[in-house]
Design a protein around this ligand. Structure first.
Ligand SMILES: *Cc1c(COP(=O)(O)O)cnc(C)c1O
Length: 402
């Protein structure tokens, strides 16, 4: 109401456009009705109908055979690693830039995360730097499809095959994406997704593992369901888990599954809209000095987005600092935040230095400190006029420093 004065009259991205950026998470009234039904039914957990239906729907959408629903997108990673036999002292390659859960999951199993640098344009794990980080202890690679790009699964799968390593795709930022004709998360041995509130498909908390391997699916189900096999009722386990497979209660609830089933119906359309608007902004910035949008995955057909990430080149912008560029964007009504930063520098990362390894990660260090700013994915759910205005306003800021 009182904000009118703050917006400069010449703002390309107007206050009215800003008010139209949809808030996140979205609220769909019919889901509230379905939640009430589930509540009144009194069947809230233990692989209920809604969980089974959503798991199948989500797996189908990503061209995977099996979907195993869990409590969040950290335990999905932990269970994926455990199902693939990763344990104490093994090494797992992870990108320097990701949410720290990717590396924490490795530590939970007593294994050693090995941080490898990222590509400067996609910001995903750099395939050319993986092989030099592999030792006799390496068991797995976790590429992360970060923000608005996809890791190069073709190159990573080739390395994994050659070196006998497992691959877990961390798809917490990539819901709905398609890589070379396959759903994201169905290319590696296991795909892990999070449905935490900020993610582009959300139920507050939640996660799922996708796989095409029925043995892995069986293990994953037992791992999250305290050892129960799929399909057995409470107190009626038909068989136990293999000796030594330490199983947890990492179950989600029917409430989460109902929210997700209602929301996933919109995911396809939303993913297309985000991808289209990112394309509009990318095109407008094509002739802007010193700023570009994070590159799409090399073989991405449809790109999932958790954020629209700008990469600036301070050398072409009179040495502008990231803070100054961020400030200038905000004066144009554009709210962009910094990346997570490299995991090993994160405030919450308290793993001791002898419990992880770090390769030279100069690209990640530079990009996070000096060059990358992220708009949350709901900024890509705007109309075409607003998307164009966002692109033009960013361009105006770039010219002001050039
Ligand atoms: C959100 C996220 C996770 C973890 O998911 P939670 O559901 O929050 O536990 C894992 N990896 C990445 C890249 C994420 O962004």
């Amino acid at each position: 109401m009182e904000a009118t004065a703050k917006f400069n009259e010449n703002a390309i991205f107007t206050e009215e456009m800003k008010a139209r950026v949809p808030s996140w998470p979205p609220v769909y009234p019919e889901i509230a009705e379905q939640l009430k039904e589930v509540y009144l039914k009194g069947k809230w957990s233990f692989n209920g109908e809604a969980e089974q239906a959503f798991s199948k729907e989500f797996a189908d959408l990503h061209t995977a055979e099996h979907g195993i629903f869990m409590a969040n997108g950290t335990v999905t990673l932990e269970c994926a690693l455990a199902a693939l036999g990763v344990g104490h002292g093994d090494e797992v390659i992870v990108p320097a830039l990701t949410w720290m859960a990717t590396a924490m999951a490795v530590r939970y199993l007593g294994a050693i995360p090995v941080f490898v640098d990222i590509e400067p344009y996609t910001l995903c794990l750099d395939p050319d730097k993986i092989e030099q980080a592999i030792t006799s202890k390496t068991k797995a690679i976790i590429p992360v499809h970060i923000y608005g790009s996809m890791a190069d699964m073709e190159k990573i799968m080739a390395i994994a095959k050659k070196r006998g390593l497992a691959v877990i795709e961390d798809c917490a930022h990539a819901h709905g994406g398609v890589w070379a004709g396959k759903g994201v998360g169905s290319v590696g041995d296991v795909g892990s997704f999070s449905f935490q509130e900020s993610k582009s498909l959300s139920s507050g908390e939640g996660g799922i593992c996708l796989t095409n391997d029925s043995d892995l699916a069986e293990k994953l189900f037992r791992l999250k369901h305290i050892g129960y096999n799929a399909g057995s009722g409470q107190g009626k386990a038909a068989s136990g888990p293999a000796e030594g497979l330490l199983c947890h209660n990492y179950r989600g609830t029917e409430f989460q599954a109902v929210v997700l089933s209602g929301s996933v119906k919109r995911l396809k359309e939303q993913t297309k809209l985000r991808d289209k608007n990112a394309g509009i902004i990318r095109e407008i910035l094509a002739d802007a000095p010193g700023v570009e949008v994070q590159a799409r995955g090399r073989l991405a057909n449809l790109q999932g987005y958790y954020a629209l990430t700008l990469i600036i080149d301070p050398d072409k912008l009179n040495g502008v600092s990231l803070d100054a560029f961020q400030d200038a964007l905000s004066k144009e009504g554009l709210s962009a935040g910094k990346t997570y930063g490299p995991v090993y520098d994160h405030m919450l990362w308290n793993v001791s230095k002898d419990e992880y390894r770090k390769e030279d990660c100069a690209v990640a260090d530079d990009i996070c400190a000096n060059r990358a700013l992220c708009f949350a994915q709901n900024w890509l759910l705007v109309d075409e006029e607003s998307a164009k205005a966002i692109g033009k306003a960013i361009k105006k800021v770039a010219f002001s420093f050039a």
